[in-house]
Design a protein around this ligand. Structure first.
Ligand SMILES: [Zn+2]
Length: 146
């Protein structure tokens, strides 16, 4: 996706479409990262964790702090977590990864998830190679490497 933006095939107006809701979720529930926004480079990205699942009922689709996830994982049998990186300056947002949590899941998943979130903080840090032949940026592809 970023490659498309840099190459001009996708206008930034198309990707910088964070809703006011997403931006406020980033403000109140987001986890700050060390990664600069790859689009505007004005602010660091914030990771927002959304939870989805039938068991969650009214909570489904809500943003939760990372620290709340282990508690939820002990409460529910299974739910999906979607990690979205958001730039609060320009509105860039992108699904970084998704994973399953819950009592039915494999023990230790949470630790891996936390590590994965930390690793995703590297996305966009420094000068990103934008043309073909650069370092593979697999973290941008949800589900890759999990
Ligand atoms: Zn930005």
């Amino acid at each position: 996706m970023l490659r498309e933006v840099y190459s001009g095939r996708v206008g930034t107006y198309e990707v910088c479409d964070a809703s006011p809701y997403l931006k406020s979720a980033a403000k109140f529930h987001g986890e700050p990262t060390d990664a600069r926004c790859p689009v505007c480079r004005k602010e660091n990205l914030t990771n927002v964790h959304y939870i989805y699942g039938d068991e969650l009922k009214q909570s489904a689709g809500q943003a939760r702090r990372l620290a709340e996830l282990p508690v939820l994982a002990m409460t529910f049998r299974e739910f999906h977590v979607y990690v979205v990186e958001v730039c609060r300056a320009c509105g860039w947002n992108h699904l970084v990864e998704q994973y399953l949590l819950g009592r039915d899941g494999i023990a230790g998943t949470q630790g891996e998830a936390a590590n994965a979130v930390g690793a995703s903080g590297q996305v966009g840090a420094g000068r990103a190679p934008v043309r073909g032949g650069g370092r593979p940026r697999t973290r941008l592809r949800p589900g890759a490497g999990e």
